[in-house]
Design a protein around this ligand. Structure first.
Ligand SMILES: [Zn+2]
Length: 205
């Protein structure tokens, strides 16, 4: 992979040098110019982050169209058995109304969670803002197998109305897809939601 990056960098560099030498009359002032080397460096950073994004199904990446019944997908199979059982029971009942429970994300390895966190820091611009959406490997309920992100909107609407009966609860106001098992909800309803994960005491570690 690194050899590949180096080769691409060399090609990019020679292309950029060729284009910049032929376009000398259009060159901006020296203080604002982005050197070909800077562009190559930024391209290498992008390639590296794409390479880092190659963690696959074994780490918890879930292929599109996966449902709660797909035992061959580790992101589903490695969920806590009680949570998975509740999801399947609810999904069976929801199916009678034509609703399918897709799993957008379930169990994740620590490496995959760390990758998602780094991507969120890039996307949101700071660790503080990223924390509103993505937990660390040591605090994430996905890494312990205790959370599933369910799609699509008909499924989350169904769970919002009927989930408590199965002990399935939305935990955060800002993540209507994120469900965890709260067995006491069967008798008492789901607990009050946190506005977002930063308000969850479990995240204060
Ligand atoms: Zn989640």
């Amino acid at each position: 992979m690194l050899a590949g990056i180096a080769a691409i960098a060399v090609v990019l560099g020679s292309q950029l040098l060729a284009s910049s030498s032929s376009g000398a009359s259009m060159a901006p002032s020296a203080s604002t110019v982005t050197s070909p080397l800077d562009i190559v460096r930024s391209k290498i950073r992008t390639l590296r982050s794409e390479h880092r994004g190659s963690l696959g199904e074994a780490d918890g990446a879930v292929p599109g169209g996966t449902t709660v019944f797909d035992d061959t997908v580790p992101g589903v199979a490695n969920l806590d058995p009680a949570l998975l059982g509740a999801l399947r029971q609810a999904a069976t009942d929801a199916a009678a109304g034509g609703v399918t429970f897709y799993v957008d994300s379930g169990w994740r390895s620590s490496a995959y969670q760390e990758q998602l966190l780094q991507e969120a820091v890039s996307k949101y611009g700071s660790e503080a803002e990223a924390a509103r959406w993505v937990a660390t490997p040591s605090t994430s309920a996905h890494v312990s197998g205790d959370a599933a992100d369910i799609g699509r909107t008909d499924a989350t609407a169904w769970l919002s109305e009927h989930g408590a009966r199965y002990g399935l609860c939305q935990i955060y106001d800002n993540e209507r897809w994120h469900y965890e098992l709260r067995p006491e909800a069967v008798d008492h309803g789901c607990p009050a939601r946190y506005a977002d994960p930063t308000h969850d005491p479990r995240m204060q570690q």
